[in-house]
Design a protein around this ligand. Structure first.
Ligand code: HEM
Length: 195
């Protein structure tokens, strides 16, 4: 069963790379191209992703334990606290990856992309602190960096749920890839507005 995570990583790595190369994500960790505007756009796109996944897992009796690890309410609060303290924001883009609340493979995929994003978030949080961006609010990144400690517990729970519900690994990996593609799509739409 542990090969579920190898499959997820393998099937999403190209999309992850594309995401990292797409504005505004391609400005993160790069002092020469990073700006307040790219940070704001980055947060609005991530807000759309987290809102979408939160409505899939919150109040979903199938995945109470998953919800406890992902902490959707605290995550949304953190990102909206940051957004409220910023001005001249783009509207939060519509995000829809077509996942189903009733499908355990889809829910695991959503948890994977959410929890996995905490790894990049940990680096970005450290980078923001080290590079004197104290004028930017970082509740969201501080929170995501902290839930990164749930990664192992998430993996164990996901494997257990995958086994109990006999999920299709293929569908799970496909849904995870779709979540990345929708992030890229949202980023491209936000970029069009900015240009
Ligand atoms: C510029 C922004 C980002 C950077 C620099 C970044 C960087 C990273 C790094 C260094 C890892 C660990 C890779 C490893 O240990 O093998 C990782 C993993 C991951 N990231 Fe990102 N990331 C970024 C944005 C995102 C976003 C926005 C998401 C999704 C919302 C995301 C989802 C994931 C996932 C799911 C993994 C787990 C891959 C695995 O080990 O299976 N990342 N990221």
């Amino acid at each position: 069963m542990t090969d579920l995570f190898s499959e997820l990583k393998h099937q999403t790595s190209a999309a992850h790379q594309t995401l990292e190369a797409t504005a505004p994500f391609n400005t993160m960790l790069k002092s020469d191209s990073f700006s307040s505007q790219s940070y704001k756009n980055n947060l609005t796109i991530l807000a759309s992703f987290h809102q979408y996944v939160a409505q899939l897992i919150e109040h979903n009796p199938r995945v109470c334990e998953l919800s406890a690890l992902l902490q959707p309410q605290t995550t949304l609060q953190a990102i909206h606290t940051d957004l409220r303290s910023l001005t001249d924001l783009q509207p939060i883009p519509q995000y829809n990856a077509g996942l189903e609340k009733q499908n355990m493979g889809d829910l695991i995929a959503a948890g994977y992309v959410w929890m996995g994003s905490s790894m990049g978030a940990k680096m970005l949080h450290r980078w923001l602190l080290q590079h004197n961006y104290s004028h930017l609010p970082i509740h969201y990144y501080a929170h995501m960096a902290s839930i990164g400690r749930n990664w192992r517990a998430f993996q164990q729970l996901a494997l257990q749920l995958a086994e109990t519900h006999q999920i299709s690994h293929q569908r799970c990996a496909h849904s995870a890839k779709t979540l990345f593609e929708e992030l890229i799509h949202c980023a491209n739409r936000v970029n069009q507005v900015v240009e």
